[in-house]
Design a protein around this ligand. Structure first.
Ligand code: C5P
Length: 422
């Protein structure tokens, strides 16, 4: 008979901590054993007594318990488990984990363990969206921590958005998946085109409860960089933030996401398969490699031209001589190419940066490129590289004008619209 799986459950301090009780009950019902570690702030929401009664095990709360240390050292506590689950994982716990801080029992266990760790974040939507939290999540993802993204919905604090703890049965399902997991399940395997930070790491388990479960979404983001010589290039001001936010929102909604990224300084959103590229030609090849997909969202600001010849050596300034002309050739139009491709996705979305006549120009672009929607950014202000965006959604028979919103919120609304469409 196989030994029952053993879970070490670390409960952080958030209102969602109350759901840990139900999770413990489900873990036990599934035939597993569970031991709880409660952080100091977690104890403000649930009592050790409740957890001990449900888990039928002692509950650990402090590093400085002599009795616990003689009976079971904290290192052993972390290592005897088959899976360590942090639920709810607060922004503070995630930050400490990402920074390698060990200043209480929970964080010391997490640093000392060699057992797989799964975190289930839950927090206010602004805290989840905050660049610091997203940076920490990306770091944890690189550190091979399994992250179950929060759900979108009404929150205890009265706001709406991602940050809610998933239901305990869904958490148990995810835990069971990780416990049974043997090999990574990346979507399109090894890539030659660039470093994939998720390589060798399991992709998120399918979650049947998410609206985009089973859908593959291909996204391009950021600028492209077209070299002139070894030190100079043609580029543009795109930061990649809107495209990355869309990739994050699509992954949160359960899609398998391939993100083809130009040179940007952004962390990979949790659960996203990223392919880094530099030039338009590399982006075109990576997009072709990412097919087939159900939805393609081409957010990248692809350079229209590239230098016909890339000089092997740095082009020198010659005293008194006129600058040699730079011969440019047009780059392929990736979006228009995809519209004619044999694997054209069912929903093909292009972006447009406009400063005037937004609707008219976008409608012309829709026809010219052969896509289904054009999402037009009004870039007359500080949209490029900024934190907010002001968009028009132009489809075959309608135009929606959205108010100026933070880029993550624009991303979530785009994903909601896609969910309605497919
Ligand atoms: O033609 P324009 O650059 O305004 O079109 C913008 C849209 O077309 C964006 O979706 C962009 O990602 C895509 N595009 C492309 N390949 C190009 C130029 C633009 O896919 N070479």
């Amino acid at each position: 008979m196989t030994k029952p799986k053993h879970i070490l459950l670390i409960i952080g301090g958030g209102i969602a901590a109350y759901k840990a009780s139900e999770l413990i009950r489900l873990i036990k019902k599934a035939g597993m054993t569970v031991r709880c570690v409660l952080t100091e702030s977690g104890a403000q929401f649930v009592t050790p007594m409740t957890l001990a009664a449900l888990s039928e095990n002692e509950v650990h709360t402090t590093l400085w318990s002599l009795k616990d240390e003689t009976e079971m050292g904290h290192i052993q506590l972390s290592r005897e488990a088959d899976l360590v689950v942090v639920c709810p994982a607060t922004a503070n716990l995630l930050a400490k984990m990402a920074g390698g801080i060990a200043d209480d029992l929970a964080t010391t266990l997490l640093l000392a363990t060699d057992t797989p760790v799964m975190v289930v974040p839950a927090m206010n939507v602004r805290m989840w969206d905050h660049p610091a939290t997203q940076r920490n999540i990306a770091q944890l993802s690189r550190d091979k921590i399994r992250i179950m993204p929060p759900e979108e919905g009404d929150m205890a604090c009265g706001e709406y958005g991602p940050g809610r703890l998933p239901e305990p049965h869904a958490i148990l399902e995810q835990m069971t998946h990780y416990l049974g997991e043997k090999t990574p399940t990346g979507l399109i395997g090894e890539h030659e085109l660039g470093a994939n930070p998720l390589a060798g790491q399991p992709a998120f388990a399918p979650d049947q409860h998410r609206p985009l479960h089973g859908k593959h979404i291909l996204i391009t983001a950021g600028p492209t960089r077209e070299p002139i010589d070894p030190v100079r290039y043609i580029a543009n001001r795109s930061s990649g933030r809107q495209g990355f936010a869309i990739a994050a929102a699509a992954a949160e909604a359960g899609a398998q996401v391939t993100l083809v990224a130009g040179p940007v300084n952004l962390p990979t959103p949790a659960g996203v398969m990223r392919i880094d590229v530099e030039t338009a030609l590399e982006m075109e090849a990576a997009v072709a490699q990412g097919l087939p997909c159900d939805v393609a969202i081409m957010v990248a600001a692809v350079a229209d031209w590239r230098a016909d010849v890339r000089a092997e050596q740095k082009i020198k300034k010659q005293q008194g001589e006129a600058l040699a002309p730079l011969d440019l050739v047009e780059n392929p139009d990736i979006l228009a190419g995809l519209a004619k491709h044999e694997h054209r996705p069912a929903l093909l979305i292009g972006f447009a940066a406009e400063t005037q006549n937004i609707e008219e120009n976008s409608r012309a672009k829709l026809a010219k490129k052969g896509c289904d929607w054009i999402i037009a950014n009004d870039v007359s202000g500080d949209v490029m590289g900024g934190a907010e965006n002001s968009v028009h959604i132009v489809t075959q028979n309608a135009t929606e004008i959205w108010e100026r919103l933070p880029k993550p919120e624009v991303a979530r609304r785009i994903i909601s619209k896609i969910i309605e469409e497919i």
